[in-house]
Design a protein around this ligand. Structure first.
Ligand SMILES: Nc1ncnc2c1ncn2[C@@H]1O[C@H](COP(=O)(O)OP(=O)(O)OP(=O)(O)O)[C@@H](O)[C@H]1O
Length: 688
């Protein structure tokens, strides 16, 4: 098909070399910028220097990440509306678009002509979506294979050639099957069409993705942020973006993905981080936590807060010079009622009240022939009489103190929970020991969310441009509200799996959850193709589905490598350690997952055997590839090989059987290449 002079691979290699030099030139251009003339003052210079520093970082040529991974040959130059310039970067001459190399970032030559197109540009989209059925104007799609940093292979699909049969890509398959070591990686080279649809959905809409284990929810959420930052860079730079994950180890596992895609500005947090108004020292039993997490608590809090507003019984008397002005009690009441009717926060209304009262005084002054101006109104508003009246009618409220009183004072709670919580529920939320002060109270995680709700009732919470919420199924309605108020003016990507919900308040229905989030209009998508778990393993784990989430579609693994799967009856921890040793003989990472209560014993056994291991979220390296994972922290993580210790103990570690089986489902679905289940006690019958 090709002579060596015209060898496509050599031509691609020279394009790679040329692109690398072009990127180097782009970097050198930035490094050579002299800002001493343009920045008039020190602060500007500092800001500019930081921006340049960032830009230089973003232009780095990482030896282990290929500069491009694909190529598109368009039949005709794509239309101007598709051109990269349409999204804000400078327009390119049309002729340059016949052949495009697709990569992680945009690279152009000295004339400004593109050498590599950003994967997020509209012209790159057919790389992910075009098919024989709908070639999207593309004649050829080429995928590149790399070994180390070297371009060593390519694979072509002639999408517009009816004679060529559709086939699965070997390179795609190889990428999907690649062993996992280190933190989570990006998937830009292999995003699948149904994933791409979610990644590229618009900024204005909220998307909710239901997907079984390993269907790429996390990957899709992170790539969506990267896409939105590209398509709406300025807007999101102003409003901010946030990724919410279930715990620190999970955040640590995913934290490299966005920087690897050149996005350094995205915040990452847990829900606990967002609502950290008080120090968490206590825990709730399940019953209390369920009631505290119930959306009805928002109504209780609102009632309790507004009970502080009392209708005035006395007039306000303002003395100015020799004259006295009276605002009658009924007039004050009118003002208060107007403020109560308006949809503004408690604190904002409280701030508006003095001016309203002062205005009433001003009206009287005008009526009696005076001509007061704004300064007089301000002075009256700030005066002692008005201040005292406002304090009596609409006193300041501290959100933590409000919640403290509700949880400590049975009478106060009963007064405001009447008709909302029944007696049992009220009893459940009351602290066993009433707290004296905000500092000494034994706040629980659910209490902190209540304080956050109260804080928002008093003062509007800052809203971001986009929020990605991962492992959403574990949030309580009150937690959904807490996340929702952080994107009231923006949109969200909600990712989760109803079958993996392991909290007593876990989401049963996405529609309901989205209502709590304040995003009823969200589109719900389902992903069912599994990229992580091999067929035999996911089939085994799916036996649990009818017991933990009836009605959900089981995941179908798209991995061709059948992997290794074994259920092994053992006699003790020594055998578990042996199973780890076996896994460690293979390439990649190994996770030993066990019921939390069994972790200390296994830790000792590993130490005695001289096997080094890490904790969850710690980065695996070529030297230490084993992680000991308590089942409660396994969610969202993955390992090439998993040894799952004692399934029944994992189930027993949870307060009820369904939650236990869900925890087991999570643990069973962490393996990429192989799973060995070791047991001494009988296996849970649902696995039979
Ligand atoms: N299109 C893809 N190409 C290659 N790898 C992919 C693709 N989609 C997902 N993966 C890989 O599959 C694995 C699972 O993805 P991810 O963790 O995003 O799934 P998840 O749905 O969030 O899983 P879980 O519900 O278990 O948390 C990851 O290693 C991810 O990189």
């Amino acid at each position: 098909m090709s002579t060596h002079v015209d060898d496509p691979l050599s031509r691609e290699r020279s394009h790679l070399a040329a692109s690398r030099s072009a990127l180097r030139a782009m970097r050198e251009d930035v490094e050579a910028l002299d800002i001493s003339d343009v920045s008039a003052n020190w602060v500007n210079a500092e800001v500019l220097a930081q921006q340049i520093e960032k830009r230089i970082k973003a232009l780095a040529d990482l030896s282990d990440t290929p500069l491009f991974f694909g190529r598109l040959d368009y039949l005709h130059a794509p239309g101007a509306e598709q051109a990269e310039g349409a999204e804000g970067e400078r327009p390119q001459p049309e002729a340059a678009y016949q052949t495009l190399h697709i990569g992680r970032r945009h690279v152009h030559d000295a004339d400004g002509d593109p050498m590599v197109i950003d994967w997020r540009a509209p012209v790159s989209q057919p790389f992910y979506r075009a098919s024989k059925k709908d070639p999207m104007g593309v004649a050829l799609r080429r995928r590149f294979g790399y070994t180390g940093g070297d371009l060593t292979a390519y694979e072509d699909e002639h999408l517009s050639d009816p004679a060529e049969a559709a086939k699965t890509s070997r390179l795609l398959q190889r990428e999907i099957e690649r062993p996992r070591v280190g933190p989570m990686r990006d998937i830009v080279a292999t995003i699948q069409p149904e994933q791409d649809e979610i990644v590229r959905s618009g900024l204005s809409g909220t998307v909710c993705v239901q997907g079984g284990p390993g269907t790429g929810k996390t990957a899709v959420g992170l790539h969506r942020v990267a896409f939105l930052l590209y398509a709406h860079r300025e807007r999101l730079a102003r409003t901010g973006t946030l990724v919410i994950g279930p715990n620190r180890s999970f955040l640590h596992y995913i934290e490299q993905v966005l920087p690897a895609l050149g996005e350094l500005t995205v915040q990452q947090a847990t829900v606990e981080d967002l609502v950290a108004h008080v120090e968490i020292k206590g825990t709730d039993d399940a019953t209390a936590a369920v009631v505290k997490g119930d959306a009805r608590m928002a109504r209780v809090l609102r009632k309790a807060l507004y009970s502080h507003v009392t209708m005035p019984s006395e007039p306000v008397v303002v003395v100015r010079g020799s004259r006295r002005w009276r605002v009658a009690a009924y007039e004050l009441e009118d003002i208060v009622r107007q403020l109560l009717d308006r949809d503004i926060r408690y604190g904002a209304a409280r701030e508006a009240l003095p001016q309203r009262v002062a205005h009433a005084v001003l009206v009287q002054m005008e009526r009696s022939g005076e001509a007061p101006d704004d300064r007089v109104q301000d002075a009256v508003a700030r005066g002692g009489a008005v201040k005292a009246a406002v304090k009596a009618v609409w006193p300041p409220v501290d959100p933590a103190k409000l919640v403290l009183r509700l949880l400590s004072d049975a009478e106060f709670l009963a007064e405001h929970a009447e008709g909302i919580l029944d007696e049992e529920e009220q009893k459940a939320v009351l602290w066993a020991k009433p707290a004296r002060s905000v500092k000494s109270a034994q706040w629980s995680a659910a209490d902190a969310v209540l304080v956050d709700e109260a804080t928002d009732l008093i003062q509007r919470t800052h809203s971001l441009g986009h929020v990605v919420l991962d492992e959403a199924q574990d949030l309580s309605p009150m937690q959904y509200r807490a996340v929702g108020r952080r994107c009231t003016t923006g949109s969200a990507t909600v990712l989760g799996d109803l079958a993996q919900g392991t909290t007593p308040w876990a989401t049963r229905d996405w529609q309901e959850a989205l209502a709590h989030l304040g995003k009823r209009d969200a589109v719900i998508e389902e992903l069912t193709a599994g990229f992580r778990v091999p067929t035999d393993v996911i089939t085994y784990a799916s036996r649990l589905l009818p017991h933990i989430a009836p009605g959900l579609t089981p995941v179908v693994s798209i991995r061709e490598n059948p992997g290794h799967f074994e259920v092994r009856n053992v006699t003790g921890t020594a055998d578990v350690v042996d199973a780890c040793r076996e896994s460690l003989r293979r390439e990649g990472s190994t996770g030993l997952i066990a019921a939390d209560a069994r972790v200390p014993e296994l830790a000792r056994a590993l130490a005695e055997a001289g096997i080094a291991y890490l904790g969850p979220g710690e980065e695996t390296t070529q030297e230490t590839r084993l992680t000991l994972v308590p089942a409660s922290l396994a969610k969202g993580l993955e390992y090439d090989y998993v040894v799952l210790d004692e399934p029944q103990a994992v189930v027993d570690g949870e307060p009820d059987e369904r939650t236990g089986l869900r925890r087991l489902y999570v643990a069973l679905t962490r393996a990429v290449s192989g799973l060995v289940v070791t047991y001494t006690a009988p296996l849970p019958p649902q696995l039979a």
